[in-house]
Design a protein around this ligand. Structure first.
Ligand SMILES: [Fe+2]
Ligand SMILES: [Fe+2]
Length: 391
């Protein structure tokens, strides 16, 4: 297997995420000094140009092409452009998701392992920073979708407690294959999650902002791949046919009968019939998975199927969902804390640099809007359905 190479080709400045009025810029290296972004006649003071760094630029016009000049101490350092998404109609509520936190991991890479020299372990540092970013963004619910730990050991669940201690909003959680790995000192992840008031059932539903949020446990004890067909009746029972649904799993839905990349997820013959039978009951379904440590989006009939990459390796992200009666927005953002960016940028070079090219996915598959087939405001009414999640 190829070693980690010391050099990598990260873009110097990148538009990593976009919404209707805001965009996230990330950069690997800019000159030392004071950073200012100019968009048309407007100047946005972004503070010191930390390296690496990330910044949100707000106050943008929806559905518009914007040219952005980045200056450091008055000198043009980079130039980029962005098209903002269209404005969403109706009231909206924001929720967020993280996955593949891998508490307990202490190195990254297949043969030669990258090590972190920071005093805070990088999985906890990245996960905490992701949660802080999601809270600042306005998330009212956090869905943690598996691979919380590396080996489900007691000290890894203690790290999870440290993570949860900083989160004041309701949390939903499901295990991943790393949590059910079944090593000698592994604890039962179901018991560990339930002890923390999480994961009450393998299929759990919650109504948020007129949308049904469903988490589905797809793990198979000691197996890396997952299974979902046996959950069909429970998911159908959790679906409300008069509301759209966002369905969270750890494992991804494989897109071909013969898997073509690692890791294995939900086999095509298992996952695709499930999606089709759910679509017969409700055409407005949005799936969000982890496990692959990459960002992707595809469509299957009227369903949107996404994968969100890990918090703790390149690009190091969390995902936000804006729920409205007319549709859903996904925005995948890099974790903005410089010490987390410093670590995840290093992992860009893993697997001979393939990691950094494979995992980010295109901007259009990270940040996008999807319109539901019906206007749910007209069906359920905002006063009844548009409520925040309760703790
Ligand atoms: Fe993972
Ligand atoms: Fe996984």
């Amino acid at each position: 297997m190829a070693p980690i190479l010391p050099t990598t080709q990260l873009p110097p400045v990148e538009v990593f995420a976009v919404e209707d009025r805001a965009a996230q810029l990330t950069w690997r290296r800019l000159p030392d000094g004071h950073l200012v972004a100019r968009i048309g006649d407007a100047e946005h003071d972004l503070g010191p140009a930390a390296r690496p760094g990330a910044a949100e630029i707000g106050g943008m016009e929806p559905g518009t092409e914007h040219a952005i000049d980045l200056s450091v101490d008055g000198r043009l350092a980079a130039r980029t452009s962005i098209r903002t998404l269209d404005a969403m109609a109706g009231p909206s509520i924001k929720i967020a998701t993280v996955n593949d936190l891998h508490f307990g991991e202490d190195g990254f890479g297949l043969v030669k392992q990258l090590r972190d020299r920071h005093t805070d372990p990088y999985p906890l540092r990245c996960a905490r920073s992701a949660a802080r970013d999601a809270l600042d963004w306005g998330a009212e619910l956090l869905v943690i979708k598996g691979d919380i730990t590396c080996h489900s050991r007691a000290e890894e669940w203690e790290m999870f407690d440290e993570f949860l201690a900083d989160i004041p909003i309701p949390v939903m959680a499901i295990p991943g294959n790393h949590d059910t790995i079944g090593h000698v000192r592994s604890l039962d992840p179901t018991i560990e999650l339930q002890r923390r008031g999480l994961f009450p059932e393998p299929v759990t539903a919650r109504q948020v902002g007129g949308t049904t949020i469903i988490t589905v446990d797809t793990t198979l004890p000691t197996q890396s791949h997952g299974s979902v067909g046996h959950r069909q009746d429970d998911i159908l029972a959790a679906l409300d046919v008069d509301r759209p649904a966002v369905i969270f799993t750890h494992h991804h839905f494989e897109d071909r009968p013969v898997p073509w990349f690692w890791p294995l997820g939900l086999r095509y013959r298992d996952g695709t019939p499930l999606i089709e039978s759910l679509l017969e009951a409700n055409p407005d379904l949005f799936f969000s998975a982890g496990h692959t440590h990459r960002n992707r989006m595809r469509r299957h009939k009227s369903a949107v199927i996404t994968e969100v990459s890990s918090t703790k390796d390149y690009p190091g992200v969390w995902a936000g969902y804006v729920l409205s009666p007319t549709g859903i927005r996904q925005v995948v953002r890099r974790i903005s804390d410089p010490s987390s960016l410093h670590w995840t940028d290093r992992t860009h070079a893993a697997v001979a640099g393939i990691w950094g090219r494979w995992t980010p996915g295109p901007l259009t598959q990270r940040s996008f809007d999807h319109a539901w087939s019906r206007d749910y405001d007209a069906i359920s009414g905002p006063s009844q359905a548009w409520s925040s999640p309760s703790a």
